[in-house]
Design a protein around this ligand. Structure first.
Ligand SMILES: Nc1ncnc2c1ncn2[C@@H]1O[C@H](COP(=O)(O)OP(=O)(O)O)[C@@H](O)[C@H]1O
Ligand SMILES: Nc1ccn([C@H]2C[C@H](O)[C@@H](COP(=O)(O)O)O2)c(=O)n1
Length: 221
């Protein structure tokens, strides 16, 4: 059994990856003005409100108890994003089902905040999904920042649930991203990676996005 995803729809799929508050949404906002391109942001609003519950807040309050709850829902909503019908030939989406597993679930487990049985259940779900469903990713754009930059942007963004995040958490997420996408020594990388240094101010970032526009969209031609 194999279900077709975006590739089956003849499209080109780009995932924007990076640490929390690295500037992914801002990047997507910039590219959203491009014609023949659709942008899918992370379904964070769903993670903050499922039938009146806030699994994102619960996870930050008590990760041992609620990590599985949040990450099960993240996995479902990301799969839904990957498989949704394309409205343009090029799709740019924020993160992926891969980073959900390889970065966030992995972090909860390694830091002792996810019980082994929860990790096993999520891993079996992930393995089943990725071996039975075609999850189309053609290019990964990695916004590479320092944890300190993300900490400053996160503080400035001031999302209620994230007020408890210390710099050390961003350092761990950063290292997991580096091992996955730069050192390529932890998990399989599902597509070629384009690295964009992303510590710069907004103006310089927009300039860089313009410079990289060809490389990002070229594969879609
Ligand atoms: N290059 C930048 N320089 C300074 N602030 C930025 C830059 N890019 C984004 N921001 C701000 O940082 C915060 C996080 O950016 P956002 O795009 O929401 O990150 P992400 O989607 O990766 O979590 C927001 O308040 C945003 O306005
Ligand atoms: N699998 C995931 C994905 C995201 N999160 C958290 C991290 C942030 O608090 C929030 C949204 O991330 P951002 O887009 O701001 O980088 O969701 C998580 O815990 N698990």
């Amino acid at each position: 059994m194999c279900f077709p995803g975006v590739e089956g729809q003849g499209g080109f799929g780009i995932c924007i990856e990076g640490n929390i508050a690295s500037g992914k949404t801002t990047c997507l906002e910039y590219f959203s003005k491009t014609s023949n391109l659709e942008v899918l942001t992370e379904p964070v609003s769903k993670w903050r409100n499922i039938q009146g519950h806030n699994p994102l807040a619960l996870m930050y309050q008590d990760p041992v108890r609620w990590g599985l709850t949040l990450q099960t829902y993240v996995q479902l909503t990301m799969l839904d994003r990957h498989l949704s019908t394309m409205s343009a030939p090029v799709r740019m989406m924020e993160r992926s089902i891969y980073s959900a597993k390889y970065i966030f679930v992995e972090n909860l487990y390694r830091s002792g905040k996810m019980p082994e049985v929860d990790f096993a259940v999520l891993s079996e779900w992930f393995d089943w999904i990725t071996s039975n469903i075609d999850i189309p990713v053609d290019l990964i754009v990695y916004l590479q920042t320092t944890p300190q930059t993300c900490y400053e942007r996160l503080t400035q963004r001031c999302r209620e649930e994230e007020k408890v995040i210390p710099l050390e958490y961003l350092e761990t997420i950063h290292q997991l991203y580096e091992d996955w996408l730069i050192n390529q020594m932890s998990f399989k990388v599902p597509a070629p990676v384009l690295v964009i240094p992303a510590n710069h101010d907004l103006q310089k970032m927009l300039h860089q996005y313009e410079e990289h526009r060809g490389k990002i969209l070229m594969g879609s031609k």
